[in-house]
Design a protein around this ligand. Structure first.
Ligand SMILES: Cc1ncc(COP(=O)(O)O)c(C=O)c1O
Length: 486
């Protein structure tokens, strides 16, 4: 295929030139009806390009084939057999993959460090989770993606599961050994789904961790908006091999998908693919060099920050690391990552990708340059001086890895939709949770509906909230009460 083409972008360009007018949604009529005060902030261009996908950009029967061609170009560019674009984030794509593999009354092996969208998929679909324990670094209080041995062990316990789903890279950039995990799944004739929401850039440089399709995964899901240049919500899911029914996967996505996809989201994905095919190697190579330099500069110039690197790799840790994710441990300063993140936002107008009780994460992108890396370094040096006067952060009571492993006693779907009651948090230990409780970001639920809540996890979340943790999906985000099954 001709990878210099961008069929969706070209179709939108033609639409701009054609003076086409639709007596159709969107009702703003390419900005004509939009309030001036809105236009002053958003500009006219987003509205000009916000056209109906079918019956606007393409005809009502998609006879131009722009979307299909853009998806085929994407599949070819990244070495998948089929690719689909989605405008509802990886949150939709991952649910579609779960339903395609295990929908009906199936079960899935799932790493317990899965994102909350995976748990949402369990609640919607009724798919039964067979949790794979992630690897735990108890000293740093950090989870790593599961090892091949842990996946094999899970298959031995649950041979009837329909497939396995692992997250790699994690939101911290740590990666699973996908090649071996795929081999283990395939030896049983079962598919591997990879939630690669953080890995849209991986196909485009050899020094980045292995791309799931190259590792042999059957389905993988990426968020183009995270590590690529898509608009928020732009996601692509990819398929290869014959272990997952292509038509069912596409139909599952159709069940969940909006009937009004945003053409801006689609066209940005199309343009990103062309950019990466033509310049990705050079852009990602430069980004990796910049990230390496920035890692060194931070460690050498800012005392009290430990930039995590080799500490995240090894037998008991991760298989590989995306070094664009710069995770910094600030615990030696006696202050917390929450305090650092809040201070950097308030006083330097710099936002961090993630903060927790002892870490901050800077996610570097191919769009960064020496100027933005310098800005990060300068902001961190200002924070370091200011941190000398910070109050000591409230203590977060950290559970042991064993305490974090809650027992699943009901299906997430039954626990979520069954009769529930709210109880004071002091009385929630020993009860079955009816809600997800997720420190966000990164969005890995500490408690999943159907799990038996224990004292240690409650203490962790409640002391975490006092220290600055955000648990937005709880009915009571202050966690004074918890929703449990009645
Ligand atoms: C591991 C993982 N999977 C899935 C998602 C959902 O992606 P999206 O925000 O594109 O819906 C996220 C979002 O942070 C994530 O971290």
């Amino acid at each position: 295929m001709d990878q210099s083409e961008a069929p969706l972008l070209d179709a939108l360009h033609d639409h701009h030139l054609s003076h086409r007018y639709g007596f159709t949604p969107p009702g703003h009529r390419q900005g004509r009806g939009v309030d001036e005060r809105v236009l002053r902030v958003l500009g006219r261009d987003p509205f000009r390009s916000d056209v109906l996908a079918n019956g606007g950009l393409d005809d009502r029967r998609s006879r131009g084939g722009y979307l299909k061609r853009a998806e085929d170009l994407m599949a070819e560019a990244v070495g998948a057999e089929v690719a689909w674009f989605s405008t509802c984030g990886s949150s939709l794509s991952v649910k579609a993959a779960m339903m395609a593999v295990a929908g009906g009354d199936g079960s899935l092996l799932l790493s317990r460090d899965s994102h909350k969208s995976v748990v949402a998929g369990l609640i919607f679909s009724g798919v039964v989770p067979r949790w794979i324990t992630p690897r735990w670094d108890a000293e740093r209080h950090l989870s790593h993606p599961p090892s091949p041995e842990q996946v094999e062990e899970a298959w031995q316990r649950y041979p009837d599961a329909a497939g396995a789903l692992v997250v790699s890279p994690s939101p911290y950039g740590t990666c699973a050994d996908l090649e071996r995990i795929a081999e283990i799944c395939h030896a049983r004739g079962k598919p591997l789904i990879v939630d690669e929401a953080w890995g849209a850039h991986l196909p485009f440089h050899d020094d980045l961790p292995t791309w799931a399709m190259n590792a042999g995964a059957d389905v993988c899901v990426v968020s183009v908006h995270k590590m690529g240049a898509g608009f928020e919500q732009g996601s692509v899911f990819h398929l290869q091999g014959d272990l997952v029914d292509q038509d069912r996967l596409s139909a599952c996505a159709d069940l969940l998908m909006t009937t009004s996809p945003n053409v801006l989201v689609y066209t940005a994905i199309d343009g990103w693919r062309r950019q990466m095919v033509q310049h990705g190697h050079e852009l990602m190579g430069a980004a990796l060099e910049l990230a390496d330099r920035t890692r060194r500069d931070i460690e050498q110039q800012i005392d009290g920050i430990e930039v995590l690197d080799d500490e995240l790799l090894g037998v008991q840790a991760s298989h590989d690391l995306d070094r664009l994710q710069i995770m910094m441990d600030v615990s030696a300063t006696g202050t917390s990552g929450y305090q650092a993140g809040d201070w950097l936002r308030e006083y330097c107008q710099v936002d961090m990708g993630m903060t927790d009780h002892r870490r901050i994460l800077a996610t570097m992108s191919f769009a960064d340059g020496a100027d933005t890396a310098g800005r990060l370094l300068h902001a961190l040096s200002l924070w370091r001086k200011a941190a000398a006067d910070f109050e000591r952060p409230p203590r977060v009571e950290l559970p042991t890895p064993a305490e974090l492993e809650l027992e699943t006693v009901a299906s997430p779907r039954d626990a979520f939709f069954g009769p529930v009651e709210k109880v004071p948090a002091e009385q929630a230990a020993g009860r079955i949770s009816a809600e997800q409780l997720t420190p966000y970001p990164p969005g890995i639920p500490a408690v999943v509906p159907g799990e038996l809540i224990n004292e240690a996890v409650l203490d962790y979340l409640r002391t975490g909230v006092e220290a600055g943790m955000n648990v937005p999906d709880a009915a009571d985000p202050r966690l004074r009460t918890v929703r449990v099954t009645a």
